[in-house]
Design a binder for this molecule. Structure first.
Ligand SMILES: Nc1nc2c(ncn2[C@@H]2O[C@H](COP(=O)(O)OP(=O)(O)OP(=O)(O)O)[C@@H](O)[C@H]2O)c(=O)[nH]1
Ligand SMILES: [Mg+2]
Length: 359
């Protein structure tokens, strides 16, 4: 089961209370106040868990509470701070207050962590209230109480490119070809029921993330097919890859498909259809594709780049991989290309020492 929206409740820890106490020692009848402060309550922290792609766990475990601060003690002993609770969520999770709708945090990168609810302040012990006129104060503060809060987690996946297309066009076959992902591929529509992210790796060790989403059809905005709410997972992509069935295997015209896809994207979110894009005319191994590809070339909407491929007979899709990267770089689109390690250069090799020759 895939879950991309869920409600949970969180509560930061209450502050520990300050202590009221007086020093008692032999031969010291009137020791001063020595009640220590209470510790602060623990925070509720949301942290990105790279590689995680679903909020499913939260369906079964929907309540998180940080520890209360420890009360202060006599002999000026300060209470310990309550332990934080760290909630690990997939990168791309947005946290909203259910009551007010306010966005509390957006875990929009794989390294991010945010304190969403702060623990209550610890109360002061009576030692803090001593003054020159009142040397034996009985006053002390209670720890600050913190309300629990209902929050909604919404996952909008983080990926550099998003594959969009009609069902059966070959999106998942393409994702499997260009990335490490292993999505289900089958000759019937709506094989893909939830988004899948794959890591595309280049020879220089750079990587980017690609998202495959379910098929989109005419009327998706009216909930036809699987609807269009899954498009939230391509909202944050910087470039769209329109995958078309150039051979009209299902009897549709690929140029019309492209227009419909753009229309449905726009109905989901204004401006989405004018995002940078590559049009992949897939299934060029089938002879029926030739005429359609000619037509696509003639009427291709402005700003889009066309590439013809066969994900079936050329599963490596090297040309497409390169085009994706050059198009992102050409447009100066910041992307997540993150060299995991720097390739070794000739200079590095020359400067390195052979371990066998070391003393
Ligand atoms: N002949 C041919 N068949 C292809 C090609 N690419 C994909 N297919 C076939 O098309 C069918 C659908 O492929 P998928 O990758 O599952 O298509 P999809 O777009 O992910 O489909 P949904 O998940 O249902 O939206 C499968 O039977 C694939 O083997 C291609 O280049 N040529
Ligand atoms: Mg699919």
């Amino acid at each position: 089961m895939f879950v991309d929206k869920v409600q949970i409740s969180i509560k930061a820890g209450d502050g520990g209370s300050g202590c009221c106490s007086f020093r008692r020692e032999a031969f010291l009848p009137k020791g001063g106040p020595d009640g220590g402060d209470g510790g602060n309550g623990g925070n509720v922290i949301f942290q990105a868990a790279p590689g995680e792609q679903s909020l499913l766990d939260f369906v079964y475990n929907g309540h998180f509470e940080a520890e209360k601060g420890v009360n202060g003690k006599s002999k000026d002993m300060i209470g310990r701070k309550g332990r934080d609770v760290v909630i690990k969520v997939p990168p791309g999770t947005i946290i909203r207050n259910v009551e007010t709708g306010e966005v509390l945090a957006d875990i929009d990168s794989a390294e991010k962590s945010v304190v969403v609810a702060r623990g209550g302040r610890g109360g002061k012990g009576n030692a803090r209230f001593a003054t020159s006129t009142n040397r034996a104060p009985r006053e002390r503060e209670l720890g600050e109480k913190v309300e629990s809060m209902r929050v909604e987690l919404e996952l909008k996946m983080i990926a550099d490119i998003g594959l969009v297309g009609f069902p059966n066009a070959g999106k998942s076959t393409i994702l499997a070809g260009i990335s490490n992902a292993n999505p289900k591929i089958a000759p019937y529509p709506f094989t893909t029921l939830h988004p899948v992210i794959g890591v595309v790796q280049y020879d220089d060790f750079s990587t980017l993330l690609a998202a495959d989403v379910p098929g989109l059809i005419d009327g998706a905005h009216r909930n036809v097919g699987l609807g269009h709410t899954f498009l939230r997972h391509i909202e944050r992509t910087k470039m769209l890859v329109y995958v078309l069935d150039a051979a009209s295997v299902d009897g549709r015209d690929p140029l019309e498909d492209l227009k419909t896809l753009k229309k449905e994207l726009e109905l989901y979110m204004e401006g989405l259809s004018s995002r940078a894009g590559i049009v992949v005319a897939n299934k060029k191994d089938l002879p029926e594709s030739a005429e359609n590809i000619r037509n696509l070339k003639k009427h291709l909407p402005k700003g889009l780049k066309l590439i013809t491929v066969s994900a079936l007979t050329d599963p490596d899709l090297t040309e497409l991989k390169t085009l994706i990267r050059t198009e992102l770089e050409k447009r100066n689109i910041p992307h997540y290309f993150t060299p995991r390690c720097t390739p070794i250069t000739e200079e590095d090799l020359a400067a390195s020492v052979d371990p066998d020759e070391m003393d």
